[in-house]
Design a protein around this ligand. Structure first.
Ligand SMILES: Nc1ncnc2c1ncn2[C@@H]1O[C@H](COP(=O)(O)OP(=O)(O)OP(=O)(O)O)[C@@H](O)[C@H]1O
Ligand SMILES: [Mg+2]
Length: 382
């Protein structure tokens, strides 16, 4: 059986590293337990391991008494969709009937239009969103067993609520509700994950939210951690990866666990005599690249403008990974500042240092060099 996962959002067969992160989460938990609640947003690029870290933390919480965690994968939707999502997932994970939950909320005189199957009552004015969310959290908390329980909200993909003005308000509403409830002695801890640029998005909306939520950047895995992530599960299946291969995988993935899983999966499929050497690595690599192209890279390329594609081609064709503004300008034959800025914002490029840029990651560069999408249909002629 192949122990490596080809998709994101699922726990790997062997979870490597992340000891500092789990320690930090535990520290915030302890502090919340003692009455000084903390809130954190873990952020990083696609596939870096945000969801898995939440899952792992949730696993560690299972053994703790009077501790309740609720994992809410955020969706893009309206204000009311988000309310329903919070209530429905909470009721479900606490083993309560969703309808009785809404009844309790309604019983408090809370009047939220459209959610939980009830419509605005004519007699009661609709409840303001900030009161509603506070009451919802209060209701959830009060249903917990124990004298002094801790409630941990694990919200995955917070950036999804930041896409329209209506739902953007949820964040500041949530923030003030948390602050108020914590002051009243409710032990509620909030852990969210977000895309690499979530803090710049939040900053554009509410400056004060930054003060409530601690930022924590999730970094790539180290070589030792990558070794364990591959060796431990594959040895269990009787297959061993040669050290050269492990180093190659570490190098090309740059420690991104999603890439590691995909590449290791395909190497494993090619293993001969219970071994994976660089020959099998080379043989399987095109399928890994093709898989990632289909899932991620082609779309990223197709979404980009003609000007952006031109710059991507300059990077792909160049022998050095890092290019200076001047070189890009010379190659592009026009002023690139604005495009470069946009591409950095979209995470197609990263800024190495002042005036120096590189492609978002090596795997994306491999895709561009191999598939050369900029040579198709003469898109970049003239
Ligand atoms: N600590 C780890 N050890 C080994 N493998 C891991 C680890 N963390 C994540 N992975 C693997 O990498 C894949 C991607 O992780 P995850 O889904 O957590 O990333 P993500 O940051 O949430 O991605 P996305 O941006 O798509 O939501 C997972 O499916 C898992 O197989
Ligand atoms: Mg995720």
């Amino acid at each position: 059986m192949n122990p490596f996962k080809k998709r994101t959002g699922v726990l790997p067969s062997y979870f490597t590293g992340r000891t500092d992160e789990l320690k930090e989460l535990k520290r915030i938990y302890d502090s919340t337990r003692e009455g000084d609640a903390g809130h954190i947003i873990i952020y990083g690029p696609k596939g870096i391991g945000k969801t898995c870290l939440l899952l792992k933390f949730q696993e560690e919480l299972e053994s703790l008494e009077e501790t309740y965690s609720i994992r809410i994968p955020m969706v893009e939707g309206s204000f009311f969709d988000i309310y329903s999502l919070i209530v429905d997932t909470s009721a479900e994970s606490l083993g309560m009937k969703i309808s009785s939950f809404w009844d309790t909320i309604k019983g408090l005189g809370i009047n939220i239009p459209f959610v939980g199957g009830f419509t605005v009552s004519r007699d009661t004015p609709p409840t303001s969103p900030s009161v509603a969310i506070r009451k919802i959290l209060e209701t959830i908390y009060n249903k917990l067993e124990g004298e002094d329980p801790v409630l941990i909200l694990l919200v995955d993909d917070l950036q999804r609520i930041l896409i329209n003005e209506d739902t953007q308000r949820v964040l500041s509403i949530l923030q003030s509700a948390l602050v108020e409830l914590n002051l009243k002695g409710f032990k509620i801890m909030f852990v969210a994950t977000g895309s690499y640029d979530i803090f710049s998005k939040i900053q554009d909306i509410t400056d004060s939210a930054i003060r409530t939520f601690d930022p924590y950047e999730l970094k790539p895995l180290s070589l030792d951690e990558v070794r364990d992530a591959i060796n431990i599960p594959s040895n269990k299946e009787g297959i061993s990866f040669e050290e050269d291969v492990l180093e190659r995988i570490y190098d090309v993935s740059e420690g991104n666990p999603y890439y590691i899983q995909v590449v290791a999966h395909n190497c494993f499929e090619e293993s001969i005599n219970n071994r994976v050497s660089t020959i099998e690595f080379e043989k399987s690599f095109p399928s890994s690249l093709n898989f990632l192209a289909q899932r991620e890279f082609r779309y990223m390329y197709e979404k980009s403008s003609i000007e952006e594609r031109k710059i991507l081609s300059i990077f792909a064709e160049s022998n050095s990974d890092v290019l200076a503004y001047k070189e890009i300008k010379e190659n592009k034959k026009s002023e690139p500042s604005r495009v470069l800025q946009n591409m950095t914002k979209k995470n197609l490029l990263v800024k190495e240092s002042r005036g120096k840029y590189k492609l978002r990651d090596k795997m994306f560069k491999e895709y561009l060099r191999t598939e050369q999408p900029y040579k198709l249909n003469g898109t970049l002629e003239n």
